[in-house]
Design a protein around this ligand. Structure first.
Ligand code: GN1
Ligand code: MG
Length: 342
């Protein structure tokens, strides 16, 4: 089915003039559709290999965006299909359409610390504004997404199976990840023991998922709500720092570009706590720095597991892409560990 036919399934009145690929996600394919009016749309082909239950995924987004909007926050707007569904399915694929959030920019990289503060504030605000939302209404669209212990067990399985004969090229990385084994249960255990809250979390808190107003620079909306699920605030806090430290170098072969920047740590934390200081408990506060290590090492585990499994999850451009990504995350995790947790 061609793009024009797919777009014709959705409930829009404007005429689409052009539709072209945009963004650089690892999972879904994204297109910007320009129309004969000022309104534009974002069309996405949903990766149903990653998101096994698209109905649940879209229902989560529908519920969360509805809640945010009714509480006065700007958020994504789903355009339903002509038969009133949150997505369109053809023989092979699933598609959804959002209104393009006009007059906004997202930062692909950090150019100043104010952006970092604002990113922290944006995710803090999202957490705070979803505090009253009943997390049990959401489906766990990717079960155990940030269960680091489970991710590590998946890595051990991938090593055992060695289905792509790549273990021999990854010995150093595997040893490096094995040495932190005892740390992998810290957050999942604290959640299980109810020492920290089970909350609604974003689970992909990259700075390029925050939209800022093009004119005023103010925070407008947080996007990419695919993985909004029940989780720990620490998942988002740690993963945001991981991605800020990594910046655009997630797949850099030059490891000297990867390192911890404590100014970034400080500004993100100040921004985040400006919204969340009265919501977090003492245990959560005590684990903030640890979470930046944990989510970084988890990301290394995920990339390396996918490398060993033959690149079945993340999009890759060449055969060692996932191994290279794992290396940047290991370098960063080691540095966070040595400089702040040892
Ligand atoms: C994936 O597709 P993208 O870039 O939004 C992944 C995140 C990873 C990220 C690494 C559903 O997100 O968890 O942190 O790649 N999303 C999913 O860049 O697995
Ligand atoms: Mg994402």
């Amino acid at each position: 089915m061609n793009i024009a036919d797919i777009l014709s399934k959705f409930n829009i009145t404007e005429r689409v003039l052009e539709c072209f690929p945009t963004g650089n996600g690892h999972i879904n394919s994204t297109f910007l559709a320009k129309t004969d009016t000022k309104k534009s749309y974002i069309l996405q082909k949903i990766n149903s290999n990653v998101f096994k239950n698209v109905d649940q995924l879209m229902n989560n987004i529908f519920l969360v965006t509805g809640y945010l909007r009714s509480n006065g926050f700007e958020t994504l707007e789903i355009i339903k299909t002509k038969d009133d569904k949150n997505y369109f399915q053809d023989e092979n694929d699933y598609y959804r359409l959002f209104v393009y959030v006009d007059n906004t920019i997202c930062c692909e990289g950090v150019t100043n610390l104010e952006q970092v503060f604002n990113a922290g504030k944006a995710f803090g605000l999202l957490h705070k504004s979803l505090k009253g939302f009943d997390a049990s209404k959401l489906d766990e669209v990717i079960p155990n997404f940030h269960n680091t212990k489970k991710r590590y067990n998946d890595l051990l399985d991938a090593i055992k199976n060695d289905c792509s004969n790549r273990v021999k090229d990854s010995k150093e990385e595997i040893d490096n990840l094995m040495k932190y084994e005892k740390d992998y249960s810290v957050v999942v255990n604290a959640l299980a023991n109810k020492e920290i809250s089970l909350a609604v979390t974003h689970n992909d808190p990259k700075i390029n998922n925050v939209l800022f107003d093009k004119t005023s620079g103010e925070i407008r909306a947080v996007i990419d709500l695919d993985t909004v699920m029940p989780g720990s605030y620490l998942y988002d806090f740690g993963d945001a720092l991981r991605s800020l430290f990594t910046g655009e170098y997630e797949d850099s072969k030059d490891l000297s570009k990867i390192g911890v920047d404590y100014q970034i740590f400080k500004m993100y934390t100040l921004g985040y706590l400006s919204e969340m200081k009265d919501v977090l408990n003492d245990k959560e506060i005590s684990l903030l720095a640890f979470s930046s290590f944990l989510l970084t090492v988890e990301s290394a585990i995920r990339f390396l597991t996918d490398y060993l499994n033959g690149d079945v999850y993340f999009k890759t451009d060449y055969s060692e892409h996932n191994l290279i990504r794992a290396r940047t995350q290991i370098k960063l995790a080691n540095e966070i560990y040595e400089t702040s947790l040892n």
